[in-house]
Design a binder for this molecule. Structure first.
Ligand code: SF4
Length: 328
């Protein structure tokens, strides 16, 4: 998937009366949230791309656009070389099915009145994907996610968080996707269950040749699961690189701050520091480099000029003015 110069704004569209009031100065224009600002990102077939950033940076909006459940306000999304917005309806339907999203809260994503069998069978039935026996089709997907098919007549509330996560994954897989967008998909689970679900995602990748966009604020999870990592700050992707490279040699000052570890006495799971200062509002983002109010290296230029993305090492892209003299 190629995401090219994609922007997404949210805000109320004023009606005629409101537009007249705004034009004569009797009312203020409605606030517009710039959730994404000119984002370029490529997700390669078969890879796991981790998308990281603080809460409110736009990563979930980008995930929803990648999954085809939200349209960009500007820019284009290409799936296998074709512009999704310009696809004929059948090809668009296939592209929509090929990309599925797995949300953070499985309970909210599952209809509480449908049993597991119907939850998993619903979408493939609608799209005519079940050729043979419906029950066998469902059982096959439940087994793939490690869920006992003999429990398929029960309702979602009768299961634990981990089992509901598995039902949710089976439901997404049942339409035979190639690309999964996981939006904080393990964040609500206990740590031991998180590890099981992450391992399940990796097993499914091998079995079904899946590609993942893995949206998370948890750097430990992203480091564990990703091939490449993209870092977002206030609606922009500021750095992307292979996972070992970004953790060993973060280039962008925001990534450096994000990856600064909390000093530990005992060895074990890495812990990361919170970045100092508040994330500014996306209603009125700082001009130039969005990170300048929190950046220890900010210069006058940073306050007015948006830094360009530059390749600082093979496959390692960063958007910071400090790279202008060292770029390759
Ligand atoms: Fe800091 Fe300037 Fe680089 Fe932005 S462009 S990260 S403000 S040095």
């Amino acid at each position: 998937m190629d995401i090219r110069k994609v922007s997404r704004r949210f805000g109320a569209t004023p009606d005629l009366a409101a537009r007249i009031s705004i034009a004569i100065g009797a009312a203020k224009p409605p606030a517009v949230v710039q959730a994404l600002d000119d984002v370029n990102l490529t997700i390669r077939a078969g890879e796991v791309l981790g998308l990281v950033g603080e809460s409110g940076c736009g990563k979930s909006t980008l995930g929803r656009i990648a999954a085809g459940i939200l349209s960009p306000t500007a820019g284009e999304v290409f799936w296998k070389g074709q512009n999704v917005a310009a696809m004929p309806s059948q090809a668009r339907r296939d592209a929509d099915l090929a990309a599925q999203m797995i949300f953070q809260n499985p309970m909210a994503a599952l209809n509480p009145r449908m049993n597991v069998e119907n939850l998993v069978a619903e979408a493939p039935s609608i799209h005519g994907m079940i050729r043979g026996n419906r029950a066998d089709y469902v059982d096959d997907y439940l087994r793939k996610v490690g869920f006992d098919p003999t429990m398929k007549q029960r309702l979602p509330h009768q299961f634990s968080g981990g089992q509901r996560a598995r039902i949710n994954i089976a439901r997404a897989l049942a339409v035979q996707p190639e690309f999964l967008v996981c939006d904080e998909s393990v964040a609500a689970l206990d740590v031991s269950i998180q590890a099981q679900i992450l391992n399940l995602f990796m097993d499914l990748r091998e079995q079904l040749d899946l590609t993942y966009l893995f949206v998370s604020h948890d750097l430990g999870v992203v480091e564990h699961i990703s091939d490449r990592v993209a870092i977002m700050y206030l609606g922009r992707v500021v750095e992307e690189a292979p996972v070992e490279e970004i953790f060993a040699r973060p280039n962008h000052p925001y990534t450096q701050a994000l990856l600064a570890e909390v000093p530990r006495i005992k060895p074990g799971k890495r812990q990361f520091q919170a970045v100092k200062g508040e994330l500014p509002s996306p209603i009125n983002p700082p001009k130039g480099c969005h990170f300048h109010p929190r950046c220890p290296y900010a210069s006058e230029r940073c306050r007015v000029e948006v830094p360009e993305r530059r390749e600082v090492a093979p496959g390692h892209i960063s958007a910071c003015h400090l790279n202008d003299s060292t770029s390759t």
